[in-house]
Design a protein. Structure first.
Length: 128
């Protein structure tokens, strides 16, 4: 099979904690609200994918391994796509790099109430 990256700008890199399962998956809440079947599909694909996050398991093969009904696989897959964790173009899957969040404030908390405009200026590098 000739494989190509579906989203080259989101090529996965090995996380610092030496695991393909990035801790940000949980800490960032990327699978929050997803059913166990979506977690299982993500873990299976992370386990069998190559160094670029690519895998081409068939729907029937995935359902056998995960013991899920074939009729449910498209909605499970769509939840991972909607969460920004997966790209899919039959028969190729690509696990994507996790979206990173921007910290709103750096330094100690002051307890000070600030406007949204002030926070946006801070994020953008302007004076607050």
């Amino acid at each position: 099979m000739n494989k190509k990256l579906l989203a080259p700008e989101r090529l996965r890199q090995l996380p610092r904690q030496f695991s393909w399962i990035d801790q940000q998956l949980v800490r960032g809440g990327h699978l929050q609200g997803c059913p166990h079947s979506a977690w299982a599909l993500y873990l299976f694909l992370a386990t069998v994918s190559d160094s670029q996050g690519l895998s081409y398991y068939s729907d029937a093969g995935l359902c056998r391994w995960l013991e899920i009904d074939l009729a449910h696989l498209p909605s499970i897959r769509q939840q991972l796509i909607a969460a920004g964790l997966l790209a899919y173009q039959k028969p190729l899957y690509q696990l994507l790099a996790l979206p990173r969040t921007v910290a709103l404030a750096e330094g100690p908390r002051t307890g000070q109430i600030r406007s949204v405009g002030e926070l946006l200026r801070q994020i953008g590098g302007g004076a607050a």
